[in-house]
Design a protein around this ligand. Structure first.
Ligand SMILES: [Fe+2]
Ligand SMILES: [Fe+2]
Length: 181
């Protein structure tokens, strides 16, 4: 007879198996729709630019793309997966470290300006669809006031906020731990 402990262990194992399976499937989707972006020099360089705490822009963008896929599946909304993935990966393609401020690069109002900078950089390297442009330009809503006009842009906007929140909370925890020492 199975004890409660055995049942709980099996349940945990099953949950972990499903989690890793899902992560693997999403990673394959990212490769399928955006291998050119994932293997590009500039996207890789964004690992040197920090986003929140110790999370780089590259890791943040990958995380937003993964969460966007999960969220769109959870909501069961019709969408274009290719545009969703590519737009999410490029939403913060501003290619500088907004924490490094000097006279030439004051990065004033980074929150307002970086979507357009990301769009300009992305357009230089990739052929973007209207949906992908919309995702990049509107992802900072409501800061940038104009409403996202497609489902994919809403999904990425929500996923971006969710990921940014987790990254920031994690940072704050780290700060607290350091302070206690
Ligand atoms: Fe952003
Ligand atoms: Fe972002």
């Amino acid at each position: 007879m199975r004890t409660l402990k055995t049942y709980m262990t099996e349940h945990k194992k099953e949950k972990r198996r499903k989690y890793f399976e899902r992560q693997k499937r999403i990673q394959n989707e990212l490769r399928y729709y955006a291998s050119d972006i994932l293997h590009s020099e500039n996207f890789d360089k964004s690992k040197n630019n920090m986003q929140h705490g110790s999370i780089s822009v590259k890791e943040h963008s990958l995380q937003v793309a993964r969460q966007s896929v999960l969220l769109s599946e959870w909501l069961r909304i019709e969408h274009n997966r290719r545009d969703l993935v590519r737009g999410a990966l490029l939403h913060d393609y501003f290619l500088y470290d907004w924490h490094h401020i000097d006279r030439e690069n004051p990065h004033r109002l980074h929150g307002f300006h970086h979507p357009l900078r990301a769009l300009r950089n992305a357009e230089r390297e990739y052929e973007l669809t209207d949906r992908q442009r919309e995702i990049i330009v509107k992802h900072m809503w409501p800061l940038t006031i104009k409403l996202p006009m497609c489902r994919e842009a809403w999904v990425v906007t929500a996923a971006d906020k969710y990921c940014s929140f987790l990254e920031t909370v994690h940072l704050q925890k780290g700060h607290r731990r350091k302070k206690k020492k």
